[in-house]
Design a protein around this ligand. Structure first.
Ligand SMILES: [Zn+2]
Length: 249
């Protein structure tokens, strides 16, 4: 059962599906994601349990089995460091800074991000091919319905600090992927967007969801829960995002 109070804590403000992880907002403290192995892609890749289930469902919806391959999921700090060092050595500073996040600043360390490749004889691990047409295009069209966003687009490079990465998808959850996609904003813009006004969306199953931003002053506290059905995520930028599902009559 969902508790009757919202726990607003410093630790909680740094974790959840909606945390911002970038150069200005590195991961703080140790995240312990609930990971499961990813199937149908490269061996030994893991993803957050819910994200993995939704990825499999999205792939199934577009009949992507054998064509859409998850090539990189969760990474430890050490793995991210190794990728950074290796890319720096092979490709130099400019390329590395454009396409590889600094250790501690990679979404892959949350278990909520996945790099997808179109099946091919050779796949570039750093920049896999994931085109805008065919089965990959179909995947893009359904991604938001399964809670995923294309995280790094060319038009948001100034804000994300990462060059366009058509292969990198981030799980944020269904209502949020819908809101972000429809508004044409990136995750960096989401807290300010919600601060303007809470948003209400109607999901495909007809249920209404209200999403609002709660600032956090740094002192652990609780406040009464708005209803029986809610979810709270930290933003890792000083607040929380509250998601409330309308109670079915
Ligand atoms: Zn990635």
């Amino acid at each position: 059962m969902t508790p009757a109070v919202l726990p607003l804590t410093a630790a909680g403000s740094r974790k959840g599906n909606l945390i911002l992880v970038n150069r200005e907002h590195p991961l703080q403290g140790e995240l312990i994601p609930d990971l499961v192995p990813l199937t149908g892609g490269w061996p030994d890749q893991h993803l957050d349990r819910t994200a993995a289930r939704m990825l499999a469902a999205a792939s199934q919806a577009v009949q992507g089995a054998g064509q859409i391959l998850p090539v990189s999921g969760w990474r430890s700090q050490e793995e991210q460091q190794a990728i950074w060092d290796d890319t720096l050595q092979r490709q130099g500073t400019d390329f590395t800074a454009q396409y590889v996040a600094r250790p501690g600043c990679s979404e892959h360390q949350t278990g909520l991000a996945v790099d997808l490749a179109l099946s091919a004889d050779t796949i570039d691990f750093i920049r896999p091919e994931f085109p805008y047409d065919g089965v990959c295009g179909n995947f893009r069209r359904v991604a938001a319905r399964y809670g995923f966003i294309e995280r790094y687009t060319a038009d948001k490079q100034e804000m994300t600090g990462i060059a366009a990465e058509p292969w990198h998808f981030r799980y944020v959850g269904v209502p949020h992927a819908r809101i972000l996609t429809d508004a044409g904003i990136c995750l960096e813009e989401y807290p300010a967007f919600l601060r303007q006004a809470p948003r209400v969306v109607r999901l495909e199953n007809g249920r209404r969801v209200r999403v609002s931003y709660l600032p956090f002053n740094g002192t652990d506290t609780t406040r009464p829960a708005p209803g029986p059905c809610w979810q709270l995520s930290g933003t890792n930028e000083g607040g929380f995002i509250l998601t409330e599902w309308e109670v079915q009559p």
